[in-house]
Design a protein around this ligand. Structure first.
Ligand code: GDP
Ligand code: MG
Length: 325
């Protein structure tokens, strides 16, 4: 799956990437250097190889890849990022976005379009201008994206939880059926009286109800390591696709259960006291659902295999052309 981030210099693309996928905190992005040309990062998510293309927004690089559009081609999703703190640049951004859409049109490609009205926050900005900027920007942009069936989001790296959900949904755009299951799990987690984290085996969060256990989509390192260690045991010791692990403190009632499903999904349950019958039942249902979910993921990945292969070839070509400059 190829996701391309485009937007003018300083609109926040690299910050979105770093806080969502690379464990950076929002304020750590304040001193970022501009992205040169573009950067490609690879991340597995739920068994799918995701390539994120962060296209540098400085004018000289923009011209370069606009004149050599094969780098943009093959995008499953294009995220257009527009800076709400910089209303003077909206017109410029519009020209740029129009050219990008034009190129996709010329090549007959119809990627899924996401528009981020970004920096909707008062970090280094005055509240009083924010909503006016949003309103004005919306009016201009909605005209540009007419006919592309875009999805609009109001985003900020200082709203990490919301941004994480938006990014997770984008990563699942190719699998509408999975999205339904995730939304269902989200509802279940809101109702169950237990702390639960559902992630893939590389520690990318899918859904959880425990505040502060992830930075963006990345689970904290110790939880990631725990899942990875159990997964290694599952593979080499149990030699099974699925396995369960349980832990308990000797003197307190804290309990941890980890379920690994089909070599793809991890469900971590944490609880301080005995579960009630109701909670027990809810957990049983959740675990049964997650087992089905893991099957669906495998199915979706297998179906996509061919597509993914072509995509990899494609991005290798892109890398080559990048290096040969
Ligand atoms: N207030 C605020 N600042 C942001 C946000 N996202 C990025 N920034 C800041 O915008 C500046 C440029 O970000 P950067 O990611 O380098 O932009 P890029 O050129 O599009 O990659 C940095 O100082 C970031 O800290 C946001 O959501 N809110
Ligand atoms: Mg950048």
């Amino acid at each position: 799956m190829k996701i391309s981030l485009v937007g003018l210099n300083g609109s926040g693309k690299t910050s979105i990437y770093l806080t969502m996928f690379a464990e950076k905190l929002p304020y750590e992005t304040k001193m970022l250097a501009p992205t040169i040309m573009y950067e490609v990062r690879r991340h597995p998510y739920l068994g799918v190889d995701v390539s994120l293309f962060d296209f540098g927004g400085q004018e000289q690089y923009r011209e370069e890849y606009l004149n050599k559009p094969q780098d943009l081609m093959g995008s499953d999703v294009v995220v257009f990022v527009i800076d709400l703190h910089n209303p003077d640049m909206v017109e410029n951004a519009c020209q740029y976005f129009k050219r990008i859409l034009q190129i996709f049109k010329e090549y007959g490609e119809t990627p899924k379009i996401q528009v981020f009205y970004h920096k909707y926050d008062t970090e280094d900005y005055q509240r009083e201008f924010l909503d006016a900027n949003l309103q004005k920007t919306k009016e201009v942009l909605e005209e540009i994206f007419e006919g592309w069936n875009p999805s609009y989001q109001v985003t900020s790296i200082y709203e990490q939880e919301m941004l994480t959900k938006i990014l997770r949904d984008i990563l699942m755009l190719n699998y509408p059926l999975l999205k339904e299951h995730v939304e269902n799990a989200e509802k279940q987690l809101a109702e169950i009286d237990a702390r639960i984290i559902i992630s893939d085996l590389t520690g990318q969060v899918i859904v959880h109800n425990v505040p502060g256990v992830s930075k963006g989509l990345r689970l904290y390192g110790d939880l990631r390591k725990f899942i990875a260690s159990c997964n290694a045991l599952r593979e080499t010791f149990f030699v099974q696709d699925s396995a369960e692990f349980r832990g308990k403190g000797e003197e307190n009632e804290e309990e941890i259960e980890l379920y690994l499903f089909k070599n793809i999904l991890a469900v971590l349950l944490m609880q301080r006291k005995e579960w009630t019958q109701k909670t027990n039942n809810q957990i049983k249902t959740l675990l049964a659902d997650m087992r089905v979910f893991a099957d669906l993921v495998i199915e979706a990945c297998t179906k996509q295999d061919n597509a993914v292969d072509i995509l990899l070839l494609d991005s290798r070509n892109v890398l080559k052309s990048k290096h040969s400059q």
